[in-house]
Design a protein around this ligand. Structure first.
Ligand SMILES: [Zn+2]
Length: 202
């Protein structure tokens, strides 16, 4: 499905193993572009007027009765109010809303110290726009290929998104959006090499 952007107001490159944040107005579309392919992006949406409300993957799974993001899904905040809508998917359609962001403790469990990670990159990007939350919410993991198996098994496979693939989301209120280009390089999550993403807002 393809829903053309009206006009791109801002294009932000998210370098490999980093994060970026920006303000998005209600009604604008946020497109996450996988520039080189096989790169997962962790996406957060926080209410710009009430920082205590953010996209909650657990409340979305509960109220919307689904494990996986698909076009048409409205993501909800912790009170069950829609905050972001998945409006277009120009990718093979594999996305996740079950996993937390990767963090320093995950890498340490693999013997990797001082490794870049999505949790720290979220905190750094959020701080860059003056945003500080009491917790780090679980993100929507765009392009993450970890659809649950029929027996409940959860395995993260290499992303199958190709160069230029994208997923687009409409802001249902004024938002602060953070996107990290996932840092996992010890597992095939990101095709075994971490690459940049792009955010296009319009
Ligand atoms: Zn990550």
């Amino acid at each position: 499905m393809n829903e053309p952007l009206r006009e791109v107001r801002a294009t932000v490159t998210v370098p490999a193993q980093s994060g970026r944040a920006l303000a998005v107005s209600e009604g604008e579309t946020v497109r996450v572009v996988d520039l080189q392919g096989r790169q997962v992006g962790d996406l957060w949406a926080i209410d710009a007027r009430d920082h205590d409300r953010w996209l909650s993957t657990s409340h979305t799974r509960d109220r919307q009765e689904t494990l996986v993001p698909r076009v048409g899904l409205e993501f909800l905040d912790q009170t069950g109010r829609p905050i972001l809508e998945f409006v277009a998917d120009e990718s093979p359609g594999r996305h996740d809303m079950l996993f937390p962001p990767c963090d320093t403790w995950l890498y340490e469990s693999e013997g990797l110290t001082d490794h870049p990670n999505c949790r720290d990159n979220f905190l750094t990007a959020a701080a860059s726009i003056g945003l500080s939350l009491p917790v780090v919410p679980d993100p929507v993991n765009v392009f993450q290929n970890s659809t649950p198996e029929a027996d409940g098994t959860l395995v993260v496979h290499s992303a199958v998104s190709g160069p230029g693939d994208s997923a687009s989301f409409r802001a249902l209120r004024d938002l602060l959006v953070v996107l990290t280009a996932c840092s996992v390089d010890y597992w095939p999550t990101n095709g075994s090499v971490c690459t940049p993403l792009e955010l296009r807002v319009g």
